[in-house]
Design a protein around this ligand. Structure first.
Ligand code: ADP
Ligand code: MG
Length: 703
């Protein structure tokens, strides 16, 4: 937590040090021992404490008659105090007891080791007691209840009760008491970080009120308002960080001006044997405009599998080359790198562009020669795996980096390529449609181009969801198509990260099919235990049509492109996310022949069924991404923390997606008027942005 609060004044001289920076030890009711416990929770200063929010709230609005009480459940009773007593128990504890007469019986309130409780109440007062009652002989007892004193006929104010994360040795009621002191004493020192016009425009609670209400809300509505303020603030800070990042990329970094001319355009287009789609034309125009500017392009090219991203990327690379610069395409796996290279090699058959493929396992002499030629500028266009290129290659004059992310998102880690002087332009391709909310948050500092139109002649893939009983039917169909000369895939899930299990499931399925449903056809298995030469060998044979059916896991073979392969079988469909299923289906939508996809699943879990049914219903990747996002949340889509940014504390991208939009609008307006948040009235905001994202986004403080 330390030192990230927006609203805490940071003073230059210790003399005017704000009380908010005092060690938490000095808060009433804390002391050295509890200070240590609080430190375990990340709370070191008074400010940390005020921003240590409840994890949930207890609802004490469940008011009951004594006869209706249930053990252990949070409930309230209303009655009149008849008696207050205190005694020291056999174990030496001071016990304060209070008998409350309700309409239909008595309830006893008990406090241990809090003698002062005796003096807080008077006999005859009307009160509401809230807590978890326990039956003790004749009486119902509530230990450490919440007590609200009520007037004669007053209806109780039933405020939600905060529930804090705890650590061993610190009880909930102790934490609440500490917080009551802290909120009462220190809230007034908090200073507002959000500009007043934003508070007004978005109807947000000011900081002091918000802190009070998030700890001790007057009612549900006020609590929601307080939470909304902090959710908004958290998302605004992120959007500001993204905005500053973008601004810094534009102002602090230089890139070569790679100017497209009509002549270059015509020369590039002549290489393609098809006209570009409208979407591709639009993408190419956006990219060319970026590359013509003296600052690095930072563009994300999103498009479904087969939407023609590689062609767009190649256009951009050829533009760089035409301007006398080098271009590199990096793929996540060797197979993909080879495939990209093959595509590009074919398209460039008639051109003089000097190109090379750089992957593992090249003969040492060849590898050395390629590296030398890249360094001398004797190669124009390089395709390879990200690992090898980042580790070993030094470019002569690098103008463009294309990163094919397929379905991984590592964009946050900007590829650090060796090469001095100017930065290259960056184009990141992803085949996983990113839900709008995610695109706006985690990738909010990139420009986004979407290829939303498939090249002509694409047939939709017919998709079926089948259970075990329908297997025979699918395999009969599968065999018929193989006999017609088509090829197909069988994908089994990666059961665990465990290599053993993976191999077993691929090999098990392979054996079963080879001797069973697909006996007589040419099957091959491909899995992570094989060397890359072995894998490439199998792939090459599949591509040449010497293998009919490929059995594999999903992870290894993303992105392989064989137009004659039109059959996709997915086993244990429940184990795949929608994005992955969609990727897999994309494998069989490459050619002019319609593809077929069958997902097997016997799962009856409602969420799984919803997911798989959505998959069969629509082939639109963006629609599926939104559904996945709503069903499973952002974590499932992105993988745990893969994006490299700190986790949200209070915001939730699914629940708060509307707030994301507002925060983005507001942040971008602020940045437009004050790009570095350098104005005095924005200094608290800037500090907060830097404290939270300075490191993970490599923001320089230009304020
Ligand atoms: P992605 O990289 O988005 O998966 P590709 O760029 O690999 O898609 O294109 C998929 C297939 O479509 C390739 O075989 C490619 O040659 C072909 N293709 C791409 N653009 C067009 C187009 N405008 N017209 C016809 N075919 C195209
Ligand atoms: Mg591709």
């Amino acid at each position: 937590m330390g030192n990230e609060q927006p609203s805490v004044r940071r003073s230059s001289s210790p003399a005017e040090e704000s009380p908010l920076h005092q060690p938490v030890q000095y808060v009433k009711g804390v002391g050295p021992h509890r200070a240590e416990l609080l430190r375990r929770l990340g709370v070191e200063t008074v400010a940390d404490l005020l921003f240590f929010f409840p994890r949930s709230y207890e609802d004490i609005s469940d008011i009951r008659r004594v006869a209706e009480l249930e053990e252990g459940k949070l409930q309230s009773v209303i009655g009149v105090i008849e008696d207050i007593d205190s005694h020291v128990s056999r174990s030496g504890q001071t016990v304060v007891g209070m008998a409350v007469a309700c309409e239909d019986g008595y309830v006893r309130a008990l406090w241990f080791q809090q003698p002062y409780r005796r003096d807080l109440f008077r006999v005859g007062q009307r009160v509401m007691l809230s807590g978890r009652p326990r039956r003790n002989g004749l009486f119902w007892e509530i230990a450490h209840p919440r007590v609200i004193v009520l007037g004669e006929a007053e209806r109780p104010q039933v405020a939600p009760l905060p529930v804090y994360p705890l650590t061993e040795g610190l009880a909930q009621w102790q934490m609440r008491r500490i917080m009551e002191h802290a909120v009462a004493t220190y809230t007034s020192y908090l200073e507002e970080a959000l500009p007043p016009q934003l508070l007004a425009k978005r109807h947000l609670l000011p900081i002091q009120e918000a802190v009070e209400q998030i700890h001790f809300p007057t009612d549900r509505n006020r609590l929601e308002e307080a939470r909304r303020r902090f959710i908004y603030e958290e998302l605004l800070i992120l959007q500001l960080a993204l905005g500053i990042k973008r601004y810094q990329q534009i102002t602090l970094k230089k890139a070569p001006v790679l100017q497209l001319t009509p002549k270059i355009d015509a020369r590039i287009r002549r290489l393609f044997k098809f006209p570009l789609t409208k979407a591709q034309d639009r993408a190419v125009a956006e990219i060319a405009a970026d590359m013509a500017r003296p600052v690095p392009m930072n563009r994300l090219l999103q498009g479904d599998v087969g939407s023609g991203k590689t062609v767009v990327a190649l256009y951009a690379m050829l533009l760089a080359v035409a301007c006398g610069y080098q271009a590199v395409l990096m793929a996540p796996t060797e197979i993909l790198a080879r495939q990209h290279f093959q595509t590009i090699d074919e398209l460039l058959a008639a051109s003089r562009v000097r190109r090379a493929l750089l992957v593992g396992g090249l003969p040492p002499a060849e590898r050395t020669s390629i590296l030398e030629r890249i360094a001398e500028g004797a190669l124009d266009l390089v395709v390879g795996t990200q690992a090898i290129i980042q580790d070993e290659v030094k470019f002569h004059r690098l103008g463009l980096v294309v990163i094919d992310e397929q379905h991984k998102f590592g964009v946050r880690q900007r590829a650090a390529l060796k090469g001095a002087g100017e930065e290259p332009h960056y184009l990141v391709m992803t085949a996983t449609p990113i839900p709008r909310t995610i695109a706006m948050t985690l990738f909010g500092d990139l420009d986004v181009t979407v290829l939303d139109e498939a090249p002509p002649g694409r047939k939709p893939v017919r998709t079926f969801l089948a259970n075990s009983e329908q297997r025979g039917q699918w395999w009969a169909f599968f065999r018929r198509k193989l006999q017609e000369g088509r090829q197909g895939y069988v994908v089994v899930p990666l059961v665990e990260e465990d290599e053993e299990a993976e191999v077993k499931s691929v090999e098990g399925t392979f054996r079963e099919l080879n001797q069973g449903e697909l006996a007589g056809f040419r099957l091959a298995a491909i899995h992570g235990r094989m060397s890359s030469e072995e894998k490439e060998e199998v792939m090459a044979r599949f591509r040449r049509g010497e293998i009919d059916v490929l059995v594999s896991t999903a992870v290894i073979e993303v992105g392989i492109d064989v137009p004659n392969a039109t059959l996709m079988t997915i086993e244990n469909g429940e184990r795949f996310g929608l994005a992955q299923l969609h990727q897999l289906r994309g494998r069989v939508s490459r050619g002019p022949v319609p593809g077929y996809c069958c997902v097997f699943s016997d799962s009856t879990a409602p969420e799984t069924k919803q997911r798989l049914e959505a998959f069969c219903r629509t082939a639109n990747g963006f629609e599926l991404a939104e559904i996945d996002f709503l069903l499973r949340g952002p974590g499932e889509i992105l993988g745990t923390r893969q994006h490299g940014l700190p986790p949200f504390r209070i915001a939730d991208l699914v629940r708060d997606r509307e707030v994301v939009e507002l925060a983005r609008q507001d942040a971008w307006e602020l940045i437009a008027g004050d790009p570095g948040l350098a104005r005095p009235e924005h200094c608290r905001l800037r500090r907060l942005v830097l404290a939270r994202y300075g490191k993970s986004m490599a923001l320089a403080d230009v304020g």
